[in-house]
Design a protein around this ligand. Structure first.
Ligand code: FDA
Length: 367
């Protein structure tokens, strides 16, 4: 006799939203996670009173009022607006590419002046059918923005030359002919006051949860506990890598506590230059307008992924997509297992998208 309706493998946003909704509908859930904490990649570690985004900077943004209202049930959000800056060859530039950036690059003061330079550079350096990321970027934005703010950053991020990267990585480049440094153009944006853990704790309230439990270390016994399994781990691992492993890009985070109030004056500063091994420095207190006397910074180093490391960004080339399709075909034949989340779907999802996806799947399941 199964004790639970659902065994939820993974206490990330997908698993927690699924568990919350199922529990609300009267279903009994057990949530397990192999890490020593819940929350998945949105987890924040409290370091001397500062919420440190342990798995990379997380800024909530959405255009969907329903999703915004949903997360606001669990935490109030502050009015943080993401306005990163980028350092290239010792100079600071505003992001995303906007009139401030163009002024810093060329001294242009009007949209006409900036547009003229960009259009003439696209004409001179662009390609009709871009074959790689470099050609694509040159065709979308011209030479100066590409060489100053895109090339070396992207090469560090992916560990490959821009000429060896596929064009599709850059589909569009947001270019604004206004003085607007707001990185996201979504209607709703912010950081939960008290950190993301507050949302996770709200979602899991009253639900049985066990950390430090790896599904694969006790698969048979755990599977017998519930009528159905919601699996949010890696799909290739679920099938014992029978079609080979799906590849990711990994990251390494190096945290430093500093005995000063303000290190860089902004939450996110990108480092474009190729001879600096990290891509950005995050100063976490600025996400919450912190007034502490000290600060915590994190350097983010892109790294080659191996099975022992955290899987961050899926490498969406044809080979991996073909493998994923084979795993997906198997998953569709399962009757009692629901696959969801970024690792089970081998897809980069923003937080609002993962919540929408979990809500959709749980609704379908409970109807
Ligand atoms: P997540 O990875 O969070 O959860 C899966 C859980 O399953 C993990 O806790 C894992 O330990 C567990 N698990 C796996 N295998 C298991 C097993 N065998 N047994 C038990 N447990 C197992 N989005 C956004 O909107 N704004 C932003 O600013 C950012 N920033 C950002 C930065 C970086 C560096 C990354 C990589 C991603 C973002 N995101 C983001 C995306 C965001 O992190 C993402 O949408 C959610 O965390 C996905 O939630 P999931 O539940 O799908 O996965």
């Amino acid at each position: 006799m199964q004790k639970y309706d659902y065994l939820i493998v993974g206490a990330g946003l997908f698993g927690c939203v699924f568990a919350y909704e199922a529990n609300k509908a009267g279903k009994k859930c057990l949530v397990i996670d192999k890490r020593n904490h819940v929350g998945g990649n949105v987890y924040c570690e409290n370091v001397d009173g500062i919420n440190v985004h342990k798995y990379g900077a997380h800024i909530f943004h959405t255009n969907d009022k329903q999703i915004w209202d949903y997360v606001n049930q669990f935490a109030e959000f502050n009015n943080y607006v993401n306005s990163p800056v980028s350092i290239s060859k010792g100079k600071l530039y505003n992001l995303p590419f906007n009139m401030n950036t163009f002024y810093q690059l060329w001294g242009t003061k009007t949209p006409e002046e900036a547009k003229k330079i960009i259009e003439s550079q696209i004409k001179e350096y662009g390609f009709e059918n871009p074959k790689n990321l470099e050609e694509q970027a040159l065709s979308l934005i011209g030479k100066d923005v590409y060489e100053t703010l895109i090339k070396e950053y992207t090469e560090k991020q992916w560990g490959k030359k821009a000429t060896e990267l596929p064009a599709f990585i850059i589909k569009r480049l947001p270019v604004r002919y206004t003085f607007n440094n707001n990185y996201f153009s979504d209607k709703y944006q912010g950081i939960p006051i008290g950190g993301y853990n507050k949302i996770i704790d709200g979602l899991l309230e009253g639900i049985e949860t066990k950390t430090n439990v790896d599904f694969f270390e006790n698969k048979e016994a755990l599977s017998k506990l519930a009528t159905k399994i919601v699996y949010t781990g890696k799909i290739d691992e679920f099938y014992n890598y029978k079609f080979g492993n799906l590849e990711y890009r990994s990251l390494r985070f190096e945290n430093t506590s500093l005995e000063k109030e303000n290190h860089q004056g902004n939450a996110v500063v990108n480092y474009n230059d190729g001879d600096i091994p990290y891509t950005r420095i995050i100063e976490h207190k600025h996400f919450e307008f912190g007034k502490q006397k000290h600060t915590v910074i994190t350097k983010e180093f892109p790294e080659q992924w191996t099975k022992e490391k955290e899987a961050y960004y899926p490498i969406n080339n044809d080979e991996n997509q073909n493998k994923y399709q084979q795993y997906k075909a198997l998953s569709l034949q399962e009757n009692n297992i629901i696959f969801g989340g970024r690792l089970a779907e081998y897809k980069y999802y923003d937080m609002h998208q993962i919540i929408a996806s979990a809500l959709q799947k749980v609704k379908k399941e409970l109807n």
